[in-house]
Design a protein around this ligand. Structure first.
Ligand SMILES: Nc1ncnc2c1ncn2[C@@H]1O[C@H](COP(=O)(O)OP(=O)(O)OP(=O)(O)O)[C@@H](O)[C@H]1O
Ligand SMILES: Cc1ncc(COP(=O)(O)O)c(N)n1
Length: 275
């Protein structure tokens, strides 16, 4: 008889985006395209569109723990990630549950501020990530401002990104990916520092578009999906970069602001040229 739970399953622990472009919605669309079954623990609900976050409310810690228990009782989660965690109390409850259950490799996307400028994690929440949750992370994926916040100083150069990655690794994360999407340089450069000390850069041409809502969620979810499928960390990260690049390049016309990515694109490059 087949193993009843053999199909690869991944989990996102994050906030919802009513606009469908970021958070849990971007995570699940990405996981779907990457061929894994996606599950979700909802930490917060946002009223959000491509223009910004109009409001949000965090879910009660009790209901969050109940979602974890429901998943643990029935599923076989092979890899998981976090996104928007709202505040210190919610970082703590997620920490407690990740200690309690084995959901495989854990990718921590330390979401702090949305593209539209709204704060999605309180200052105390940032401290709780820095002092506690990061110690559980198999991989942490800060963007440049998040990396600067984690190390408490500015990153001025490429070599500075690697120094920062080392400092972030020293906080307790096994592997570090610093994403270089912010800014207006012609090339975007991400820096990776692996557990074994190996480091490498991932460079690509900047796509000149404001439709970049959910880039961070998308790359981290593609990585989680590949980890759930059994890839090693380096292969999973390289796949994530290709996946997000295709999703940014093949723009879709949705909304008036920071529009969502094209989550179909990696599997269907070229198919959207006429839309
Ligand atoms: N305009 C762009 N052109 C090409 N690649 C981009 C662009 N913007 C972001 N990326 C890539 O997308 C990935 C996510 O980077 P980014 O710095 O945008 O993360 P993020 O700020 O965490 O995203 P989000 O704000 O959605 O959480 C990185 O691999 C980055 O290089
Ligand atoms: C629920 C949720 N999670 C994450 C983001 C970050 O995405 P972005 O920086 O692209 O706005 C967001 N806006 N909303």
């Amino acid at each position: 008889m087949n193993d009843v739970n053999s199909f690869p399953q991944a989990l996102t622990i994050a906030g919802t985006d009513s606009g469908g472009g970021a958070g849990i919605m971007a995570d699940m669309k990405t996981m779907q395209e990457c061929g894994v079954f996606s599950t979700a623990v909802v930490v917060a609900v946002t009223a959000q569109n491509t223009i910004g976050v109009q409001n949000f409310q965090a879910i009660s810690p009790k209901l969050i723990s109940e979602q974890f228990a429901s998943l643990n009782d029935d599923f076989k989660i092979k890899a998981c990630k976090t996104g928007m965690l709202a505040d210190a109390e919610h970082v703590e409850v997620v920490y407690d549950n990740l200690k309690k259950y084995d959901f495989g490799p854990f990718v921590l996307d330390p979401v702090m501020i949305a593209k539209g400028g709204s704060q999605l994690l309180s200052d105390e929440g940032i401290d709780a990530i820095k002092n506690k949750l990061i110690k559980l992370a198999t991989l942490v994926t800060p963007n440049m401002p998040e990396a600067e916040r984690l190390i408490g100083s500015k990153i001025e150069s490429q070599s500075g990104m690697l120094v920062a990655a080392k400092k972030i690794q020293d906080l307790g994360a096994k592997n570090v990916l610093i994403k270089g999407g912010h800014g207006d340089s012609e090339m975007v450069r991400d820096v990776v520092l692996l557990e074994n000390g190996e480091s490498f850069k991932m460079s690509s041409k900047r796509v000149h578009t404001i439709r970049t809502h959910g880039t961070g969620d998308t790359i981290s979810s593609a990585i989680v999906s590949r980890l759930a499928l059994g890839d090693d960390m380096k292969s999973a990260i390289l796949y994530g970069k290709d996946f997000v690049e295709a999703a940014i390049k093949n723009t879709i016309q949705v909304g008036h602001g920071h529009g969502p990515l094209n989550h179909w694109a990696y599997n269907a490059e070229g198919a959207f040229d006429e839309i």
